[in-house]
Ligand binder design. Structure first.
Ligand SMILES: [Zn+2]
Length: 114
């Protein structure tokens, strides 16, 4: 991470530094030279490096793609048509029935063991 001092009063930013300590020194120098050692509204900002900026942009793109994918799937007439077909309804009933049979068998075998 890199750091920079930003002064809101002057709307000015110091050069980017590689340590927070150096950015704080810039802040102290700026306060002394331009504000008579008073404390204007200012802050030390974290400036992301190339890798963290790239990783952040990729993560934001992935989140946006996931959101858009879910929305697109919800609007998809193909998915609506598939879920509306009789054969798909029968397949879902069979699947749920099969899961129910497995649960009953598991319950019976557990009761038989105890
Ligand atoms: Zn200033």
């Amino acid at each position: 991470m890199r750091y920079a001092h930003y002064c809101e009063s002057c709307d000015g930013r110091s050069p980017v530094r590689y340590t927070r300590h150096d950015a704080k020194q810039d802040r102290a120098d700026h306060r002394h030279q331009h504000h008579g050692d008073l404390r204007p509204a200012d802050r030390i900002e974290e400036v992301p490096g190339f890798l963290s900026a790239t990783a952040g942009a990729l993560a934001a793109d992935a989140r946006r793609a996931a959101r858009e994918g879910v929305r697109a799937a919800g609007r998809s007439s193909l998915i609506s048509r598939i879920l509306g077909e009789t054969s798909m309804k029968q397949a879902l009933r069979l699947l749920l029935g099969g899961v129910g049979v497995i649960v009953v068998i598991e319950f019976v075998t557990r009761c038989a063991r105890h």
